[in-house]
Each structure stands twice: as C-alpha cells, then as structure tokens.
Design a protein around this ligand. Structure first.
Ligand code: ZN
Length: 85
C-alpha cells in the first residue's frame, strides 16, 4: 500500500511511514502520531525523519493534508522524530 509522504512528497510503502491524525483542542490542532493505526479521522503520512518533518512544516503541509487551520501542535511528533541537530 503506497502513501505519499507530506514532507518529501515521495511515495512509500505505508509501513515505512507514520500515520498522523489531528486531535482538536480548544487552543490548537494537535498532530498525533497514530502508531497502531487505530485513530479515526483524516490521516496524513510522513517518514519519521527530521528532514521530512521540516519539509512538511516549511510547506505548511499539515494544513493542506488535514484541511484545517493551524496552529498545529507537533510536540508529540517532534518527540517521535529524533531531531537532526
Ligand atoms: Zn518523506
């Protein structure tokens, strides 16, 4: 099953990507890694790599992928993706 990474835009097998969903709170849209594929809602896929996360952020890919306004809270995703620096 191929999915497009919202960071690097390449297609990859979904097992190599992490599925993301948005959980709305009163203050933010929390980007939540769906590690066991159980969370409902519109999903987006991303390589769990700092490079792809950075590209997604720079391109404002979250808003497009989730069809929602930000701000997006990516703390959980940041923790999952080991920072490059
Ligand atoms: Zn990627």
């Amino acid at each position: 099953m191929l999915r497009t990474c919202i960071g690097c835009r390449s297609r990859a097998d979904k097992t190599t990507l992490v599925r993301l969903v948005v959980v709305r709170t009163p203050t933010a849209s929390v980007v939540t890694p769906d590690l066991d594929g159980s969370l409902p809602g519109r999903g987006a896929h991303l390589h769990p790599e700092a490079r792809c996360l950075e590209q997604a952020r720079r391109r404002r890919a979250f808003g497009r992928a989730f069809r929602q306004e930000g701000p997006f809270d990516t703390e959980a995703l940041d923790a999952l993706v080991a920072p490059a620096t």
